[in-house]
Design a protein around this ligand. Sequence first.
Ligand SMILES: NC(=O)c1ccc[n+]([C@@H]2O[C@H](COP(=O)([O-])OP(=O)(O)OC[C@H]3O[C@@H](n4cnc5c(N)ncnc54)[C@H](O)[C@@H]3O)[C@@H](O)[C@H]2O)c1
Length: 342
Amino acid sequence: MLKTMEKDREWVSSKINIGKELWYLTLDEVLATKLSEKDILNLTNNALIAHGKKDYEMPAKVGVHPFKEVFYHAMPAYVPSELACGMKWVECYPNNPSKFNLPQTTGLIVLNDILSGCPIAIMDGTWITAMRTPAVTVLAAGALHPDAETFGMFGCGVQGIEHCKFIVHTLKNLKKIYVNDINPETMDNLIKEVQPKIDVEIIKCEDPEEVAKKCEVLSSATIIIQETLSAVKYDWVSKGQTILPCDLNTFWDPVIPQKADKYIVDSIDEHEMFASMGYFPDGLPEITCETGEVLAGLKAGRESKDELIVCSNIGMSVCDVVVAREVLDRALENNIGRKLPL
Ligand SMILES: NC(=O)c1ccc[n+]([C@@H]2O[C@H](COP(=O)([O-])OP(=O)(O)OC[C@H]3O[C@@H](n4cnc5c(N)ncnc54)[C@H](O)[C@@H]3O)[C@@H](O)[C@H]2O)c1
């Protein structure tokens, strides 16, 4: 392992003077490294499997909260197998789109040289967050419900759009995607943006009950607040469905994860941490196992067609640093971005 790290350090040192310089990438420059959806899926899968095998270090997020409805999180992670070590500093301001015409979620990622600890890169983290999040959802969907023909997406913003693009990679039998949002314009916008890119029909649906009842696999990316919206009622879901929230406890009737046959989460530590902060006001449901353990084949996913499975993925920095590391390698290789003095 040390040899691999030394070789990697040599590679980075051929581009920057470690300890004296770092590589800086704007959002556009991150995009210019041209990671495809398949690249993001492969990298995220590697990160989740490393997490499942406990080949990582990732303390639960710590944060600051200037207002009740917002959070900033420091998300450090080290994934030895991917030579990825660093931290995402991310914020979630649910009112940003309406108040400032800015995204809910923005952030920066810092990467470090593992041997000396020196920072080697700073890059925008918005796009990486927007990509690795749907990658986690659809990898879990593929593992838990690979034969699904219907997918329902609640929330048609940044995440909803990317979820609809990514889902076709892992649910190969998909015939219909139903989308729902409290703001009808966002549904139209999602269809306009995604439909030309995928062969599966996307249907706008203003009634959340209809989406919940029609779809085998469901996901939500709406808002994260401590109170539960209970936007989908327990009566509307049924055995055999797979539900993949990105928005923690907020969107779904809290009875749904409590009564599910399995409640799988990306990180037990993260879910316990959020619960200790006042999220899950109705109590954290009993956790079956972690998403990475299912993807690594260490724990059972779906064991019968009748199981109702909820798989909550709140986001893990192991995924961010692994994707960011590949972005950095491509940027250094192709001279995208610039050196900054430390
Ligand atoms: N799990 C993760 O790793 C992760 C990563 C990034 C973002 N997120 C979360 O995903 C959520 C969405 O993020 P985004 O960047 O797509 O935000 P966004 O603002 O671009 O989109 C959110 C959409 O949800 C809609 N919405 C709000 N309440 C709704 C409701 N009750 N029913 C239907 N639609 C509703 C809004 O109208 C909006 O279109 C946020 O809660 C964010 O914190 C999670």
